[in-house]
Design a protein around this ligand. Structure first.
Ligand SMILES: *[C@@H]1O[C@H](CO)[C@@H](O)[C@H](O)[C@H]1NC(C)=O
Length: 333
């Protein structure tokens, strides 16, 4: 007890010697800032205890200290030595600086802004730094499946989707819901803004089946799903591949309301196949028990399209009830 008391005394008597200038710390955010592409965000960071930062150097940087995202020095922003990727998109609040709040405002965020940011403050001979991570998310396009090549018994399908951040996962399933992902090989490409395009190839045996490709964000977010129907019962008598292309789109949880489609008039063969295919599409949509946001549902309707393989190619469009034109999805064979 006496020993402990003496230690405390010594430590206390040393403290004033240590604190000549500062003895404050800089605290970033222990939670990542998660934002959607296009959002304006604030990267939290403050000085503790809350002393004014007006006369300090405040530097925000990511990879390189000398290429700051934002630099405040001599009581003003020094934008001439700013990383050009951030030009015109950053700000510190002058009133917040007085309260020791050195949070950075970052506008119109893009996937390439994802990363760990350091907030660094210098006051007199004292300096400290904190960190804040930013994750930029973007929901990519609805995936498409197409036939890539056919060599002997082996056919290759490819599923593509663009505009993702961060990298999504691509899951392949067959009619039985079996996970075929291990048979596939995905590739990812990044554009200048950091948006990612994925394409995943899978080799399949020639058989009547349904292949679905689900592209899913690794951060909980809505998913897009697309299905390719390979079915021999649509075209009895035609040998080899007979394919119908079904698109289903799925988002979040709950049930999808019934779709009503207006069908375009077709030739005799197509008319015969039409009810079967329509029924299939409805089943597909219903089997994906998820709730769809109103805006997203509108999008689904406008892009729901179907093509049927008929000897060569006959195209079949699904139209919205109100007659809005659809984006047709064509079949590659
Ligand atoms: C499917 O399989 C892949 C690899 O085989 C695995 O990484 C993934 O988690 C599985 N997904 C589901 C939803 O089962």
């Amino acid at each position: 007890m006496r020993f402990l008391g003496r230690t405390c005394l010594i430590v206390l008597s040393l403290l004033p010697a240590v604190s000549t200038q500062g003895r404050w710390t800089v605290i970033g955010s222990d939670q990542p800032v998660i934002a959607e592409a296009g959002d304006d965000v604030i990267l939290p960071c403050h000085i503790s205890p809350r002393v004014s930062a007006v006369d300090m150097e405040v530097r925000w940087f990511r990879d390189a200290f000398n290429r700051p995202v934002h630099l405040y020095l001599n009581q003003r922003d020094q934008l001439n030595i700013q990383d050009s990727d951030y030009r015109g998109r950053t700000a510190l609040s002058p009133s917040a600086l007085q309260r020791g709040d050195i949070s950075l405002q970052l506008r119109n965020i893009r996937p390439s802004d994802s990363g760990v940011y350091t907030c660094y403050a210098v006051g007199g001979s004292w300096y400290e730094e904190g960190q804040t991570e930013v994750i930029v998310t973007a929901l990519g396009t609805q995936p498409s499946i197409s036939m890539d090549s056919t060599q002997g018994e082996q056919t290759r399908l490819v599923c593509r989707s663009e505009g993702w951040s961060p990298e999504p996962e691509v899951i392949w399933r067959d009619r039985g819901g079996n996970n075929l992902t291990s048979l596939s090989s995905p590739t990812v490409q990044r554009d200048s803004q950091g948006f990612l395009s994925v394409s995943s190839h899978i080799k399949i045996k020639q058989q009547s089946n349904v292949f679905s490709c689900l592209v899913r964000s690794k951060i909980p977010k809505p998913d897009w799903e697309s299905k390719l129907h390979i079915s021999s019962d649509f075209f009895p008598g035609v040998s080899g591949w007979m394919v119908a292309f079904f698109l289903t789109l799925a988002l979040s949880i709950g049930a999808i309301p019934l779709l009503v489609f207006q069908w375009r008039r077709m030739d005799a063969m197509e008319r015969k196949l039409e009810p079967m295919a329509a029924q299939r599409l409805r089943e597909e949509l219903e089997s994906v028990k998820r709730e769809v946001l109103k805006s997203e549902w509108k999008w689904i309707l406008s892009s729901a399209g179907m093509c049927l393989f008929n000897g060569f190619l006959s195209q079949w469009r699904v139209k919205e009830q109100r007659g809005a034109p659809s984006h047709s999805l064509c079949l590659h064979l």
